[in-house]
Design a protein around this ligand. Structure first.
Ligand SMILES: [Zn+2]
Length: 271
């Protein structure tokens, strides 16, 4: 599932090719992908032609294409979504749900499992207004995180997945961050000492920076906007390593379901 580093990588590559380009036609937009917001699929199809891409923003796991009208097209990639810039003559893959024609190139969204979505923001609406802080932004401090965890009895794993607290973390980077910080994922969030929260804050930032530097993690579906897989899967300590030994201490890693999510950790390195 694309998390912050994957979506940021897509944003980075798209930024290099799509800024200043004008949509000539909406060749296809599956109305079932347009799940909420101020405009229907039909309205988006009608409004887009002639609009120029002014900026591409990311908030959490959401991408926002800003048009010269001040409106935004929102794209969320769900579990298996791909957003790709591709020559218009290349045949479409199965499960292609959106095709925006920019002359010689298309911007295409495909999503076999269809958990992704497309939305529309009117001019003046703030992208990602309901989301929590950006973990790589200035607001993300130990003090902030400690404040949000205070009194909470839910496992720290669940609280880090809550997009209203921190926007952009998913199963991969939460498990990796907790390993780096040496904190067990099933501990109640409110029970962490301030020094542990500080370690966790640093761990989250460094895990995300490393993943962005490696252009995201690819297990099956994720590719960047030009169709290339990421390389961060080669640099993970615990995620996806069930039945393996901890690379730091040699103890077998534990896999356990916490808050409904499969969780990987080392019972010796994390306490
Ligand atoms: Zn270990």
């Amino acid at each position: 599932m694309p998390e912050l580093p994957e979506v940021e990588t897509i944003r980075y590559y798209l930024n290099g090719v799509v800024l200043g380009q004008r949509v000539q036609e909406v060749k296809h937009l599956d109305p079932r992908m347009v799940k909420s917001g101020v405009a229907s699929g039909e309205e988006i199809t009608r409004r887009l032609p002639g609009r120029m891409v002014k900026s591409i923003k990311r908030r959490g796991k959401f991408l926002f294409l800003e048009w010269d009208s001040g409106e935004h097209l929102l794209v969320h990639l769900g579990m298996t979504g791909r957003l790709i810039w591709i020559p218009k003559d290349v045949p479409r893959v199965m499960h292609t749900h959106m095709v925006l024609g920019f002359g010689l190139f298309d911007l295409r969204l495909s999503d076999p499992r269809r958990f992704g979505r497309v939305g529309w923001l009117a001019a003046g609406e703030i992208p990602g207004a309901l989301l929590g802080v950006e973990p790589l932004g200035r607001q993300m401090t130990s003090r902030f995180l400690a404040g949000r965890l205070e009194g909470r009895t839910a496992p720290i794993k669940a609280l880090l997945l809550d997009q209203r607290i921190i926007a952009g973390l998913g199963n991969i980077y939460v498990d990796e961050s907790l390993f780096r910080a040496g904190i067990r994922p099933d501990r109640p969030g409110g029970g962490l000492q301030f020094a542990e929260v500080a370690r966790l804050t640093r761990a989250i930032r460094s895990v995300l920076r490393q993943a962005i530097a490696h252009r995201g993690t690819t297990f099956s579906d994720y590719v960047d906007a030009l169709g290339h897989p990421g390389e961060n899967q080669d640099y993970l300590w615990v995620y996806g390593r069930e039945a393996e030994d901890c690379m730091r201490c040699g103890h077998p890693l534990t896999t356990q379901v916490i808050s409904g999510r499969t969780t990987h950790f080392c019972a010796r390195c994390q306490s």
